[in-house]
Design a protein around this ligand. Structure first.
Ligand code: DON
Length: 313
């Protein structure tokens, strides 16, 4: 039997978050903050924040829930939502819907698969989405930032130092974009695609804002923050399916095993998870496992899912 979420008394979800923040303590020091984007290596590895936004419009937070961090690949979810809203199923002629079983920045699968990325969350797929958005706007990163901000109910900013830091070291992503340009699966100048992509990844957001921004995915496409429908219900189900199968790259199976929720990770240490019909949960802690996912974040979501019995599986 499922326990209702949130529990009836407002305090009990706060109690859950506090319990989780204690239970995760042994997991600090087990991972390493991303250092291939030098600016991210400077973040305090001991940070931990977690927030829940419910479909009823309540929100809860613990620890550093109101401190901004670099959203990184979590922005891919919102970029995909925008692309699907604007272009519909045409998006699926440019990118697949299958788990890749490969690291997020893997190159050689593209060579074997004619430049069609397996899914929109690996970097190749996200670059294809950026290319698609470049057809409709000059500054896709600003579009994604503004979309996330409107959903969060507060304007967001792009951290220029993080964006520059990634652009200076984006050798692998440039290789991916150049290969896709050669294969004809992106159409714009690869440098322009990389610049837009790195700026998009550098959106800063807090856990509390991120939980609110993802709430339409838990509410059949309705944004309680904006008081309007953002995605058709069917699209929401599809986005959740993609999160469940592809959102955590090549550790998506063990994430489903431990947490049992559709989710998206980012190398800034954030993870956002969806509890369909009930809530969105965001967690942030910078130390990553070898798959680029927050070690403490996964543990926090595992405890949260167990304590509230909210797994979809
Ligand atoms: O492209 C990159 O490498 C980063 N901007 C984003 C990667 C990322 O967040 C992977 N997710 N865990």
């Amino acid at each position: 039997m499922r326990r209702p979420l949130p529990p009836k008394e407002v305090t009990s979800l706060n109690d859950v978050l506090h319990e989780v923040s204690v239970l995760v303590k042994p997991h600090f020091g087990k991972g390493r903050a991303a250092d291939y984007i030098p600016e991210l290596a400077a973040v305090d590895p001991m940070k931990f924040g977690m927030a829940v936004a419910t479909v009823e419009g309540d929100h809860y937070g613990v620890g550093d829930a109101d401190e901004p961090f670099s959203a990184q690949s979590i922005t891919k979810l919102f970029a995909l939502g925008l692309a699907l809203n604007r272009l519909g199923d045409e998006v699926w002629t440019r990118v697949g819907k299958e788990p890749s079983g490969t690291p997020f920045n893997y190159l050689s699968q593209l060579e074997q698969e004619a430049g069609i990325p397996r899914n929109p969350f690996i970097n190749a797929g996200a670059l294809a989405i950026t290319d698609i958005l470049l057809d409709v706007v000059r500054e896709p990163a600003n579009l994604v930032r503004d979309f996330m901000g409107v959903l969060a109910g507060e304007p967001l900013s792009i951290d220029d130092a993080v964006a520059r830091s990634e652009m200076e070291t984006a050798y692998k992503n440039r290789a991916i974009a150049n290969l896709m340009r050669a294969q004809g699966t992106i159409t714009h100048d690869p440098s322009a695609v990389i610049e837009a992509y790195c700026r998009q990844c550098a959106v800063s957001i807090t856990c509390r804002q991120l939980a609110r921004a993802a709430l339409p995915l838990a509410a059949a496409g309705y944004s309680p923050v904006m008081e309007e429908s953002i995605f058709p219900e069917r699209l929401t189900r599809r986005l959740n399916a993609l999160l469940l199968t592809c959102g955590i790259y090549d550790s998506v199976g063990s994430f489903a095993y431990r947490v049992g929720l559709p989710a998206k990770s980012g190398v800034g240490g954030g993870i956002v998870a969806v509890i369909p019909g009930r809530a969105a949960v965001a967690v942030w802690s910078p130390e990553l496992d070898r798959y680029g996912t927050s070690v403490v974040g996964v543990s926090a979501l595992e405890h949260f899912s167990r304590l509230t019995n909210c797994s979809v599986l």
